[in-house]
Design a protein around this ligand. Structure first.
Ligand code: SF4
Length: 182
């Protein structure tokens, strides 16, 4: 059986969900025998690959770059998992929605000008810093999500249980195919 191709993706989040994934400790070693990690912020791979079986996605959709990337991830991945509350509900990054009132300019004004010592200005860096969206969105508002792993962050135990179930299901699906065609 080919190893399952797994990706992890980091959008608007604090990286705590990725830390929880890394807390899997020895299960990670077990995992590397059964899966291939094909994309992750902890690896130096620039382009999201094709034919990914499962992506664990941390964080909410906060800017234009996230928006473009999550659509690409959806198009190239069989199973999308919202990893943690920011991905599932918007959670912490979505708190700015109340301040912005549907306009990212209000948030920038507050952060760079109103809270400055008096000489602050909104940086203009087109093409360098991605454009903020007017409203932070949970993943499901942009693409179809197949599974949710709630928590802030979801515990390592919860992630381990979920991945074990997914791997067992993949193995039994393959066995059923073998019986059908064998
Ligand atoms: Fe961080 Fe919690 Fe958001 Fe995960 S769900 S990225 S731990 S704030």
């Amino acid at each position: 059986m080919d190893p399952m191709r797994i990706a992890t993706v980091w959008f608007g989040g604090c990286s705590g969900c990725h830390m929880s994934f890394l807390d899997l400790d020895e299960f990670l070693i077990e995992l590397t025998r059964q899966v291939q990690i094909v994309y992750s912020p902890i690896m130096d791979i620039k382009e999201y690959p094709h034919d990914v079986d499962l992506a664990l996605i941390e964080g909410a959709i906060c800017n234009e770059e996230h928006l473009e990337m999550v659509r690409k991830v959806r198009a190239r991945t069989k199973i999308l998992v919202a990893l943690g509350d920011c991905a599932a509900t918007g959670n912490v990054p979505a708190m700015r929605n109340q301040l912005g009132l549907g306009n990212a300019e209000n948030v920038l004004q507050r952060a760079y000008v109103e809270l400055s010592d008096g000489d602050g200005e909104i940086p203009k860096l087109p093409g360098v810093v991605p454009q903020l969206l007017d409203r932070v969105m949970p993943l499901h508002e942009v693409v179809q999500i197949d599974h949710y792993l709630p928590g802030c962050p979801p515990s390592a135990e919860r992630i381990r249980f979920f991945l074990t179930q997914i791997l067992e299901r993949a193995a039994s699906d393959l066995k059923a195919q073998d019986l059908k065609f064998g």
